[in-house]
Design a protein. Sequence first.
Length: 175
Amino acid sequence: MSHAPTTATRSGAFPDDEPLERALAEPLDIGRHTDYLRGPELRCQQTAEGLGWVTRLDPVLADLDFGQWRGLPLHEVPETDAIRWFNNPEAAPHGGESIHDLLTRIRAWLDALIGTGRRVVAVTHPAVVRAALINVLGAPPKSFWRIDVLPLSYTRLTCSGEAWTLRETGHPVTP
């Protein structure tokens, strides 16, 4: 599940460790799961708490590291750097993590879940959800920017044997 809206998600800025725009007060029952995990950022913690979930922090579910761009509005990033980053999944002109590195991190996380029988719920970030989808669908890394992940949307993945499948996506909670 993608975290609830923050000022950065509403304004088109690169996220930092900002709080939610407003608190959630609507518990959400999504059935039985063995693990409830979340990214380390405050927005993931507050989303999980607002949905009534007791979660464990999993650092692998951290947002894409935007390096020196953290907290900046997109229009303040030099255009040449932004173009290079958007067009090259291996570039990290901001000094943080490349899309390629994020895809590798999330692929390893998904691979580690195969065959465990765990039913995991993860409160994380749009970039992490995109990375999971790219990996599951076998899509090219350049398609990362073609996937729109809304605040509080969910993506359900299933695994049988060695193959992950996209089961469904949706938006169960109105921000």
